[in-house]
Design a protein around this ligand. Sequence first.
Ligand code: BG6
Length: 482
Amino acid sequence: PETGCLSIIVLGASGDLAKKKTFPALFHLYCQGFLPPDEVHIFGYARTKISDDDLRNRIRGYLVNDRSASPSEEVSKFLQLIKYVSGSYDGAEGFQLLDKEITKLEISKSSQEGSSRRLFYLALPPSVYPSVCRMIRKYCMNKSDLGGWTRIVVEKPFGKDLDSAEQLSSQIGELFDEPQIYRIDHYLGKELVQNLLVLRFANRFFLPLWNRDNIDNVQIVFREDFGTEGRGGYFDEYGIIRDIIQNHLLQVLCLVAMEKPVSLKPEHIRDEKVKVLQSVLPIKDEEVVLGQYEGYRDDPTVPNHSNTPTFATVILRIHNERWEGVPFILKAGKALNSRKAEIRVQFKDVPGDIFKCQKQGRNEFVIRLQPSEAMYMKLTVKQPGLEMSTVQSELDLSYRQRYQGVTIPEAYERLILDTIRGDQQHFVRRDELKAAWEIFTPLLHRIDNGEMKPIPYRTGSRGPAEADELSAKAGYVQTHGY
Ligand code: BG6
């Protein structure tokens, strides 16, 4: 591993993302020894003029350590690593000061004899990415003669459509090289999303079955049982497709559908993901259902006549040898009846079925990303007893039972560690981002222009009934468990 001073700079330090995700993830890494205090400094940077202690107090409440015997002691030690610098996002002064502070600490640790590593985490709205990147490039790059690096981490939304995303990519691309840019999609840090590659390519079971000959349809579903909760202003500008489907669900689709990469090198994996995206056919209007939950517009930050979907079902079709004719049903919604994210691979009926088992349901392989990570296979077995009748049952691998005592890391924790280690496998490459926007931009423009309207649905329901009808039309058959 690299040695020398590591400075982690969280820009937008007083914002929601930093408080709820970035600092807690850093804390967990610290507790596990990945951020040794003699090498690491953490800086918060934002416009508000507050002291180091003010920032520490603001984030203290979000640092929960259920893995340590004396959590409060750990919290205090971690907070001592954090310093705060205030400044604007487009002026030289703040960034010069930030550079001075980082350099000062780097020099004080120079006995370490190592390179200097600077990781800038932009927990900021994308509108300020270009100016912030310009300032970092101009004033805050690693200058150590002993080597090291400067990396930046950016969060979605990366633009609002193809043009704006490309513009953003070019602006950042003029300042940093691709290996320095880490575009986070936190779904790629989830345990069961990371497991997809292993599952598909390390198991003989799946290799021959994973194609159009055997699979009837694939559903990738995201449900939340709460609404926009104070984020109405942000959400209304983006909507569920930009918030969840174009990034999180599409990334999952890539891993479900891609061909075997040449090796595990990040570029090989990302090459295969891009190919999937480039093979997606244009979305048809009749294969889209949009919804908006009743009460969404009561949020004072949401305009009274908002046309923004809080729910969408979109069918994607991949035009290649493996997937021709297999619908990928992507479904996401807020304020629904449950909180769940899962992949549901439904197999075709058994040809010449002598048991009439299809009456009970098809074979299905379900990968539940959250809550309670699990994988299970729905299959038909003989009903135990004297009669020769069949019943649908499950082969079940529930992580909580199977891996008792193993803590599953948070997505952000894993991804931040990857940025420190320089592993880009679980980050979105520029051409992937472009291909993802190419798929959804025409549909998004039609929605933005009011050509497609969301159907109202009740809070706490399954979403519009039309969505279930669309899935059924695409071939999905509701199965019944035991
Ligand atoms: C974020 C979205 O990217 O993902 C939120 O902006 C959503 O709207 C969140 O709530 C869901 O993440 P998770 O990890 O809780 O499924």
